[in-house]
Write a protein of this length. Structure first.
Length: 216
């Protein structure tokens, strides 16, 4: 069975060593990189060596959010789980909008790390249990500031596409699952956004959560 290749990027060696220790004896996980150097990470990604990245959100010099934008440019299949000692709604939202697949606290445990890897590897989003309230707080604040409007009617297929997008699936994954072309997925997404009067994926996810199409 193919191992999941993991990279750990954090400016504290103690944090990296702690995460590595949690995977000792796990035959399904291979740590291919642990470093505080973003350039080493990009080289590993370009070489196709990384499946899932644990990335510290607050590092000196280039922040985790800045490094995240580079990662998404170099790879559309490598999943990123942000690590943070703090849990602020703005940080979580910035990470998700930047392309992260998950967000967990540095106080996490082995079981949660493994669940996070399994979830993002399957194309889903993952939030640590101790961050759920913070996530809801952030979305609730944004939704409460959104004026109420009469919502347009969406087809069953459109609602399905919105749900899959909200769960973190890429367009090619959606196309495969729905047995349609990527171009058709793009067309549906464009039509949905025009119908709803929104212009970005973050707003589409917010709409899905507000209207019960998707759940966090």
């Amino acid at each position: 069975m193919k191992k999941t290749k993991i990279a750990i990027i954090d400016d504290h060696k103690l944090v990296r060593e702690g995460i590595k220790a949690m995977f000792i004896g796990n035959s399904d996980i291979e740590i291919v990189l642990d470093t505080d150097n973003g350039e080493e990470l990009i080289s590993a990604i370009e070489g196709g060596l990384v499946d899932v990245i644990f990335l510290d959100i607050a590092m000196p010099g280039k922040s985790g959010i800045e490094l995240l934008s580079e990662i998404t440019r170099y790879s559309d299949h490598t999943k990123v789980i942000m690590l943070s000692a703090k849990s602020e709604p703005q940080s979580i939202e910035s990470a998700m909008m930047g392309g992260a697949s998950g967000f967990i606290s540095k106080e996490t445990n082995k079981d949660e790390l493994l669940r996070a890897i399994k979830a993002v590897a399957a194309g889903k989003r993952f939030f640590g249990e101790d961050l759920i309230d913070t996530v809801y707080e952030g979305y609730a604040n944004r939704l409460n500031n959104t004026p109420s409007v009469q919502e347009p009617t969406l087809s069953v297929r459109e609602r399905q596409i919105i749900r899959l997008i909200s769960e973190g699936y890429l367009q090619k994954q959606i196309a495969h699952q729905m047995e349609i072309s990527i171009k058709t997925v793009e067309s549906h997404k464009s039509n949905i956004m025009n119908k709803l009067g929104i212009d970005n994926t973050a707003a589409l996810i917010k709409y899905a959560i507000k209207n019960g199409i998707a759940e966090l």
